[in-house]
Design a protein around this ligand. Structure first.
Ligand SMILES: Cc1cc2nc3c(=O)[nH]c(=O)nc-3n(C[C@H](O)[C@H](O)[C@H](O)COP(=O)(O)O)c2cc1C
Length: 150
């Protein structure tokens, strides 16, 4: 998997424990949207998210998007408004939001595209490297959700 380092003024910032807001949602992929549209979404996400200090993953598969976005609350909420207005998906449903002092779960991914088939592996890897209890809880919850839908 292509790991793109996120852009921070101080590279250590991405890995330190800060007040981190995260939002998880799922949505339905609009008709006619294909892999090349998703590549374009990822390209613009990497540019904007790096500038905003936002990291996360976007899962695409079986006609559904699932996205984990983490970063400063105001920036995440502004981004979510922008994403919500995007016609390449519809029926966006927020699954959870949380704000806690903890490490980032995906510190080096500005926005990484993950196939639906690989999501369990990505979450399992993140679980193995997660240090704080809150991240472990969040990851276990996501793994549980993904396994329920498999
Ligand atoms: C499912 C989905 C997820 C997206 N995630 C992001 C994201 O994390 N960051 C981002 O900047 N844009 C994301 N976008 C795209 C935005 O809605 C918007 O189109 C884009 O940022 C505009 O970029 P541009 O100004 O470079 O054209 C997403 C769009 C969709 C449909």
């Amino acid at each position: 998997m292509n790991k793109q380092p996120a852009q921070y003024n101080d590279p250590e910032d991405a890995f330190k424990e800060h007040l981190i807001f995260n939002l998880v949602y799922c949505s339905q992929v609009s008709e006619g949207v294909d892999g090349s549209d998703v590549d374009a979404i990822i390209a613009s996400s990497r540019r904007r998210n790096a500038a905003l200090g936002i990291t996360g993953i976007l899962v695409f598969g079986s006609g559904v998007f699932f996205q984990w976005i983490e970063g400063p609350k105001a920036e995440v909420m502004d981004l979510v408004k922008l994403i919500e207005a995007d016609r390449r998906h519809e029926m966006m449903v927020t699954l959870s939001t949380d704000e806690e002092v903890r490490e980032r779960i995906f510190p080096s991914w500005d926005m990484e595209l993950v196939d639906a088939e690989n999501i369990q592996e990505v979450l399992q890897d993140a679980l193995e490297t997660a240090h704080d209890e809150k991240s472990v809880d969040a990851l276990q919850l996501m793994l549980h959700r993904v396994q329920e839908q498999a």
